[in-house]
Design a binder for this molecule. Structure first.
Ligand SMILES: [Zn+2]
Length: 213
């Protein structure tokens, strides 16, 4: 497993106010993020684990799932986590014209704001596909892309023990933004294994700092 891809390293060359990968912090901290929810089956056990370990996270929700599972979204907010925007329908943004991309983002922001009152939210592009025209639009309008610096590979359908071993062999460092997914049971098991380790190592586990939507 390679948690730090070449693409992520290249994105680090861009200003962090345009694309966030790692986050500088004096505190010993890991920033935890979950994509592709809300999921009625798998998001609640993730929330249970976070609560049990005094951890917060950012949940990058898919717009067309938000109002299907309102109780899950309300619980995410009520328990002190942050909401992020993961597009309306999870397309490869590169397949859409720029106005179609912005529509995916705006519809999701509007849906999210009914839950947390924020007009805009940090945006994470589906599958990390980040077209130049979207990046240019964000640069012009002062929005931030919430990328990641550490990929847990939890979407590869490997046994949790294998995933945990991979993370242990190549561990995250303070300030890393970790990519995970709250849409499958493997992630719940992975998290159950990792959270106690991280806490024992003295890491705080937090949502990404509030950026500029
Ligand atoms: Zn996704």
């Amino acid at each position: 497993m390679q948690p730090r891809s070449r693409k992520t390293r290249l994105l680090r060359l861009l200003p962090s106010r345009l694309v966030t990968t790692r986050v500088r912090s004096r505190e010993k901290v890991l920033f935890l993020t979950f994509d592709d929810g809300p999921d009625p089956e798998h998001t609640p056990p993730v929330l249970d684990l976070l609560k049990a370990h005094d951890a917060t996270a950012t949940f990058f929700l898919i717009g067309n799932r938000i109002d299907a599972y309102p109780a899950v979204v309300r619980r995410i907010v009520a328990e002190g986590h942050a909401l992020g925007n993961h597009s309306w329908s999870h397309p490869f943004m590169s397949t859409l014209p720029i106005e179609g991309q912005m529509d995916e983002i705006a519809r999701t922001d509007a849906s999210l704001s009914a839950y947390d009152g924020q007009a805009t939210h940090p945006f994470r592009p589906p599958c990390g596909v980040l077209p130049r025209n979207l990046l240019a639009r964000f640069a012009r309008t002062g929005r931030t892309v919430a990328f990641w610096s550490y990929d847990s590979h939890d979407y590869e359908r490997l046994p949790a023990a294998t995933l945990i071993e991979q993370v242990r062999a190549n561990p995250p460092r303070s300030g890393d933004v970790l990519l995970m997914h709250d849409d499958n049971a493997d992630t719940v098991e992975l998290l159950a294994g990792l959270l106690p380790q991280w806490r024992a190592q003295g890491f705080a586990v937090r949502a990404m700092p509030a950026g500029r939507g």
